[in-house]
Design a protein around this ligand. Structure first.
Ligand SMILES: Nc1ncnc2c1ncn2[C@@H]1O[C@H](COP(=O)(O)OP(=O)(O)OP(=O)(O)O)[C@@H](O)[C@H]1O
Length: 368
């Protein structure tokens, strides 16, 4: 199919994503300018699969033959299973839904050959780490770790996913035709390929396990007014495990959950948190640690692939978030507020205005 579309005039053959990739590659060569392909559509429409096929076509056109070792394009394609383990989850619409935006930048030299690449990710859905509802699941990596070989389950102190609060808010633990135990081994294998060492892999899964235990820490009222303390022996035990896995001081960890530090010009003031606020600070920590882990993995992949500072042009492929429809959509509410701030009358808003409001919200999210 790639051979058929290679060099064919656009529109001459049936519509195909290879026709788009081919005209994009030719435009880059003939007009000496960088190009971008935007892949958009509803969740589950096939954007991520399309992005992978577009990359295969660009590798077919711009790949180097006879290169020793793994080529840039192979490495980009091989990074997908790692990104999907940490950034994809089962949703209502798609068993393998990307919960982040991805811009793959493929760099070309003056001969039109691929010389480097970079993967940039946007707006990982952090809330999923702590909050998930039926019939959806949390990120794949959590279930993979719980289904790991017995020695790893013991080493990372995990077990049945039903015993973790961040996983048992929904009754969905398995995905049809997906074997989490096999996916765990395949993800570790994919990590080997993208240059993540065994030691680093262990550290990654320690963080994943720590987040699961963090979610099982609960609080009750402390002695002082509006203060909190660990609720019971179970919570104390989970805190100990988190501190051990994250290699941090147990007391400092507890303080960071039960207290808030206010920075003032006259010095720092420590204020206790009530049990509800302590729960919020627990969830905030889990979300922050997870999104930093994700960013670290993306950086690691980029270092391993390698960039070409002398690239003549690039082809970017943007795989954006799939559109979804919720009963309560907080993003839409934020957009509505933004529209009101912009003094729009909501009843006379055109699609174009709505889109620019969405973009304003997106860029605000990105900058905060
Ligand atoms: N070209 C294809 N051939 C066969 N199956 C496909 C193809 N494209 C997509 N699918 C099927 O549809 C599912 C959803 O595709 P994909 O994950 O690419 O959707 P998406 O648009 O990226 O969704 P989201 O926005 O939720 O991430 C895939 O897991 C696969 O089973």
């Amino acid at each position: 199919m790639m051979e058929q579309y290679k060099g064919a005039t656009f529109g001459e053959l049936s519509p195909h994503l290879f026709a788009i990739a081919d005209s994009c590659y030719r435009a880059m060569i003939n007009e000496h300018g960088s190009q971008s392909i935007l892949v958009s559509g509803e969740s589950g429409a096939g954007k991520t699969e399309t992005t992978k096929m577009l990359m295969r076509y660009l590798a077919f056109m711009g790949g180097r033959s006879g290169t020793e070792g793994r080529t840039v394009e192979q490495q980009v394609l091989e990074s997908n299973p790692v990104l999907e383990a940490f950034g994809n989850a089962k949703t209502v619409k798609n068993n393998n839904s990307s919960r982040f935006g991805k811009f793959v930048e493929i760099q070309f030299d003056k001969y039109g050959k691929i010389s480097g690449a970079a993967v940039r990710t946007y707006l990982l859905e952090r809330s999923r780490v702590c909050q998930v509802s039926d019939p959806e699941r949390n990120y794949h990596c959590f279930y993979m770790l719980c289904s790991a070989p017995p020695e790893d389950v013991k080493r990372f102190k995990v077990g049945n996913p039903r015993s973790f609060h961040y996983l048992n808010q929904t009754s969905c633990y398995e995905v049809a035709n997906v074997d989490d135990a096999r996916e765990y081994l395949e993800t570790r294998n994919a990590m080997d390929i993208v240059g993540i060492s065994q030691e680093e892999q262990d550290a990654i899964f320690r963080v994943v396990a720590a987040i699961l235990h963090l979610g099982n820490i609960n609080f009750s009222k402390g002695k002082e007014i509006d203060s909190s303390r660990l609720r019971d022996e179970k919570s104390i035990n989970h805190l100990k495990i988190v501190a051990e896995l994250l290699m941090c001081d147990e007391k400092l960890l507890e303080d960071s959950l039960c207290q808030r530090v206010i920075v003032t010009p006259d010095g720092n003031i420590t204020k206790p948190l009530d049990p509800d606020s302590a729960l919020q600070s627990r969830d905030a920590l889990a979300k922050t640690v997870y999104s930093r882990l994700f960013d670290w993995i993306v950086d690691k992949i980029n270092n391993s692939i390698g960039q070409d500072p002398d690239a003549i042009s690039i082809i970017g492929v943007l795989d954006i978030y799939g559109f979804e429809s919720f009963k309560v959509n907080r993003f839409a509410i934020t957009t509505f507020v933004t529209l009101q701030k912009c003094k729009y009358d909501i009843n006379s808003v055109s699609k174009h205005d709505l889109l620019s409001a969405h973009l304003t919200v997106l860029s605000n999210c990105a900058s905060t």
